[in-house]
Design a protein around this ligand. Sequence first.
Ligand SMILES: Cc1ncc(COP(=O)(O)O)c(C=O)c1O
Length: 397
Amino acid sequence: MSERFTGNFTQQEPIPEEAIEAAVAVMRSGRLHRYNVAEGELGEAALLEQEFAAQMGAKYALAVASGGYALATALRAVGVKPGDKVLTNAFTLAPVPGAIASIGAEPVYVEVNEALTIDLDDLEAKLAQAKVLMLSHMRGHLCDMDRLMCLCDAAGVVVIEDCAHTMGARWNGVLSGRQGAIGCYSCQTYKHVNSGEGGLIVTDDEELAARMVMLSGSYMLFERHLAAPSPEVFERVKYETPNVSGRMDNLRAAVLRPQLRQLDQQVERWNARYRVIEEGLRDVPGLTVVERPEAELYVGSSIQFLLLDWSEEAVQDVLSRCGARGVELKWFGVPEPTAFTSRYDSWRYADVPSLPQSDRILRGIIDMRVPLTFDLEDCAVIARILRAEVSAVYQTG
Ligand SMILES: Cc1ncc(COP(=O)(O)O)c(C=O)c1O
């Protein structure tokens, strides 16, 4: 009898008790809206921002309704207007080009390489086409951030970091989201902290921070923020910045604060699981492990490997054989977009360019979630199944 895995790839851990109690307290108070605070009370949303700014070493932080909303807000704040072009990764998920399109701007896709990061040579060649780069650290893979920042600074291109998959990760010791002008995070259920939906933003720029607070829908209550610039900065922007409501509420903020305090331990737990699977995938003929650079402290909340230049039938065979043994894989080469894995050529509201390098790599990307409800033995079982099934299909191919 061959081994079968019975875990659930979409099962997250429960919300910590402390967070549940804090959420219940907010509900008992009836004051769920972030600006609905009692005399002298510091609301959960404002406290979350204050703590997140300190944790990220940022001057300013803002909590919003979703990661996608955070991205669109950052684009608005840096001055992107309808018709403008915005550079972004060809390998990312739908909310990224979606945020660009939501303000009438147009994505210019940059090729992905075998490290699953933005191709810096292609970026360099395209830098003159836009004033903003929305850099998506897709599936937690960080590019050479030092080189990227050098290129963008020299070209005067503003960098917005999409850290939906890199909250807690670092490049050369610097927290992800802290090298660009603005860092954006998601707190959606499958991310590194879980409030169902939610987003966080950090920046050191006072004017960008003030604009984003106004954009998020602060009415004229910005003085109730604890991680925002001083009122004089708001005076400069408050009449010319529209309210595009997308605030976070006190309930979600209460759920997030205890989780953020545990982030570093969670990162270690994810990486222990990641390493077991990664080790198990080494030396499998036909399978390319995505090597992680030494400068990168990643968060292994998902793992990718490549079946480069395999036929569609062979990849489908691997997916169905692994699926039959309980291992759920996603494939970025699937001809019709399914669930989370759509591709740049599925986003037909924008120009679909020719990106041959990305096409080859996307056709080879196999993606798997690693929820913390799996233990190390679960990860070993998964690795054995992947190994056996990839090898079996490769040998018959
Ligand atoms: C790469 C990436 N960026 C941004 C987002 C947007 O986050 P949210 O779902 O919170 O809007 C997601 C969500 O799946 C994502 O995967």
